[in-house]
Structure formats: C-alpha cells, structure tokens
Write a protein that binds this ligand. Structure first.
Ligand code: COA
Length: 138
C-alpha cells in the first residue's frame, strides 16, 4: 500500500480499535493470525449490520492477506469499506493498520474481503433495504 493509499484509507474513522494482549502472542512473539481475523470479522459484522439494518452472518472470507506481523504493544485499527451490495449479501473490504511506537508509525498488517448475508428472524437470507445501496455505495 502506498503512502497516499494509506492516507486515503485512514481519513475515515475505523470501525474498531483494539490493543492485543500478551495472551494473543504466538511463539514468534507476533500476534496470532486467528486473533486479527476475528477482530476483522467483528468489525465487518458491525458494518454489515449497519448496511443490512439488522442481523447478518459471515458467509465467506476471500483474498485474506497477512502483510506484516502485528507486534506486542501495537494498537490495531480496522477500516471497513463496502464494496458491493447484492440482493441479500454485502461484500466489505477490511483493512487493518497497526499503530506502532506510540502512534509514530502506521503499518498496514492485514486485508481481506468479507461477505455477510442479511438474516431474517428464521436465520434465512433477507433482502437488503434499497436505501442502503444509496447510502453506502452512492
Ligand atoms: C448465510 C446463510 C444463511 C446463507 O444461506 P444460503 O442458502 O447460502 O443462501 P443463498 O444461496 O440464498 O445466498 C445468499 C447470498 O449469499 C451469497 N453467497 C452465498 N455463498 C457465498 C460465498 N461462498 N461467497 C460469496 N457469497 C456467497 C449469495 O450469492 C447470495 O447473495 P445475493 O443474495 O446478494 O445474490 C447460510 O450459508 C449460513 O447459515 N451459513 C453459516 C453462517 C455462519 O454461521 N457464519 C459464521 C458466524 S456469523
């Protein structure tokens, strides 16, 4: 990711900011991939619920990239961008940036395309409100 892309990405508020804990470290002294994946799923779920105006479930994760390790004392920010809204599904690009050295350094660490499905009260796919397409895709 270029510096300009990083600047553009971090212009908006992240959906989630969280500090990994020592229990989240693997044997290399880096943060477990599964931990960051779950933070991305949580952040994507928050954004998907806003778009769907209700419950959603994760149906697919694609193009998941672990770009650089997350280190102990990093603070991670998860940025979400809605890429596509279908009849019942929403594709959201999630990018994670680690703030390092007390915010001196911003490091892109992971990226992935998550697809969520809007659910009705019987956990079946539900049609996404038309207004959401205008609001989130313009
Ligand atoms: C989500 C779920 C209800 C969807 O049921 P389904 O029978 O696959 O529904 P459909 O085939 O009608 O597909 C629904 C939408 O998901 C999309 N979809 C389904 N599988 C997909 C996949 N692998 N990748 C991307 N999109 C997918 C379809 O294209 C469709 O989108 P559209 O309506 O916008 O065109 C069902 O798959 C499920 O319960 N999965 C488990 C969810 C879960 O437990 N997640 C983890 C915890 S949140």
């Amino acid at each position: 990711m270029s510096n300009d892309e990083l600047k553009e990405l971090t212009k908006v508020q992240p959906v989630l900011r969280v500090a990994p804990q020592p229990r989240d470290l693997n044997n290399n002294g880096h943060i477990f991939g599964g931990w960051v994946l779950s933070q991305m799923d949580i952040a994507g779920g928050i954004m998907a619920a806003r778009v769907a105006r209700g419950s959603t479930a994760t149906v697919a994760i694609e193009a998941m990239e672990f770009i650089a390790p997350i280190l102990s004392r990093d603070l991670i920010s998860v940025y979400a961008r809605v890429e596509r809204i279908g009849r019942t599904s929403i594709a959201i690009r999630l990018n994670v940036i680690a703030s390092r050295n007390l915010d001196e350094e911003q490091v892109p660490v992971t990226s992935g395309l998550f697809t969520f499905v809007a659910l009705d009260e019987n956990h079946h796919p539900r049609v996404i409100p038309e207004e959401s397409k205008k609001k989130y895709l313009g």
